[in-house]
Design a protein around this ligand. Structure first.
Ligand code: ADP
Length: 399
């Protein structure tokens, strides 16, 4: 069975065609600058690459590019489109409506549309993606939606409520939802496998650290708390996002600078975090190399990030009542070993010990345990694979 995984953004559409026989990636690519001008890149599992500037006015036109590339004589990986058994879509916001992956129906599309106010850019683009897919691939190819929020739906109410007047929860569904759920689900399950334990018997803290970052407390395979909130702005500091701060900081700056809500939103989402503090870049590699060259603001950004990771691990250990394993994943978590080293050394008080040499080597897609055998908490680096989870869920549902 071959499954096409789609991640549709407002002006981009990433895809992977996965052969579920051995879970190998047959082809992957990205349609960028949809509705602007258009750039298309397609790479096959055996290393053939096709890249071109091509106008894509909308998501339907982007799907036509993907379809043509998949069956192309030179760059294709399948003979005919009917070889695609199903299509799985990543959906950012499932709200309180969707607690698990589901087959796309008219009702489901309406549900995703009804959540657009909670994730305006993302959910609107996902709906366009689903509809475009239907136009190009037809009704006979089943579509499945997999939600970033779903894994977090087990959070207890005391963890997901914000202490604002209750009416805003009732009127507008203002609450913590959490994101990166597909990643936290994948790495926590993989972590239990690597520990040789049933996930039901584990307490795990997963740290997804990328351009967007979130940390999750998982008890017996169920999320009990997560750092992102109503939107992916909450939690720890990120590439360009603030993470949590005193809400008065927002109103204070907005008043001083005469910012509208949307201008303030831009500051919080696009100009803050690593970029805002370091003044160098939103990218951890740039900030780390500037810090190594003596840039004190870049060093401050790194110190702040590591401090926040430490605070979350400490507080989530408390709410879990202890922790068996800590997992690092995503771009920063999988590659920037110095953050793992600094964070874990500061967890020595709770018996965390890592092997610094093993830790240094756990980069660029390497999976493994970085804690020492006598560490009281196991520490893992596990490369995330959200596309694979989407493909597996899709296969499970269409079977
Ligand atoms: P996104 O949230 O956009 O998916 P990623 O998970 O790709 O982000 O993470 C991007 C971050 O990972 C950047 O800050 C980047 O500096 C950092 N990073 C460090 N080393 C690497 C690497 N070898 N490959 C990719 N990203 C890396």
């Amino acid at each position: 069975m071959k499954i096409l995984v789609i991640n549709a953004g407002s002006s981009s559409m990433k895809y992977q065609l996965i052969d579920m026989k051995d879970e190998s990636v047959l082809a992957k690519g990205n349609c960028e600058r949809i509705g602007v001008d258009g750039h298309f890149k397609h790479t096959t599992g055996d290393g053939r690459t096709y890249e071109t500037d091509v106008v894509m006015n909308n998501h339907t036109e982007a799907f036509v590019q993907i379809k043509n590339a998949l069956i192309d004589e030179q760059y294709g990986v399948i003979k005919e489109l009917s070889e695609v058994s199903a299509i799985g879509h990543r959906i950012v916001q499932g709200g309180a409506l969707f607690s698990e992956s589901t087959i796309v129906t008219e009702e489901v599309i309406k549900g995703i549309e009804s959540l657009i106010p909670l994730a305006p850019l993302h959910n609107a683009a996902h709906v366009q993606g689903i509809k475009a897919c239907l136009e190009v691939f037809g009704k006979d190819v089943p579509e499945v939606v997999v939600f970033d929020t779903a894994f977090h739906s087990t959070m207890p109410q005391k963890a997901f409520m914000y202490p604002v007047p209750y009416e805003y929860y009732e009127k507008y569904a203002v609450r913590r939802y959490g994101f990166h759920g597909t990643s936290h689900r994948y790495v926590s399950q993989r972590c239990a496998e690597l520990m040789g334990k049933d996930i039901k018997d584990t307490k795990i803290i997963t740290c997804h650290l990328g351009n967007g970052s979130s940390i999750t407390a998982i008890d017996g395979g169920k999320v009990i708390d997560t750092s992102m909130g109503l939107t992916p702005l909450d939690g720890i500091m990120m590439g360009t996002r603030t993470g949590s701060l005193d809400p008065s900081v927002v109103t204070f700056i907005a008043e001083k600078e005469h910012f509208s809500p949307s201008e303030m939103d831009t500051v919080l989402n696009k100009k803050s975090g690593f970029l805002g503090i370091s003044g160098v870049s939103s990218d951890d590699r740039d900030v780390s190399s500037a810090a190594a060259d003596g840039n004190t603001r870049a060093q401050l950004a790194i110190d702040m990030l590591e401090y926040e990771i430490l605070k979350y691990i400490g507080s989530y250990t408390a709410v879990l009542g202890g922790v068996d394993a800590i997992v690092f994943t995503a771009g920063i978590g999988e590659n920037q070993y110095s953050h793992r080293e600094n964070v874990c050394h500061n967890l020595a008080y709770m018996g965390v010990k890592i092997d610094d040499e093993v830790n240094k080597k756990a980069i660029r897609g390497v999976e493994g345990k970085i804690s020492t055998p006598d560490s009281s908490v196991e520490v893992f680096v596990i490369p995330t694979n959200e596309e694979l989870v989407i493909a597996r869920d899709t296969m499970e549902l269409v079977k």
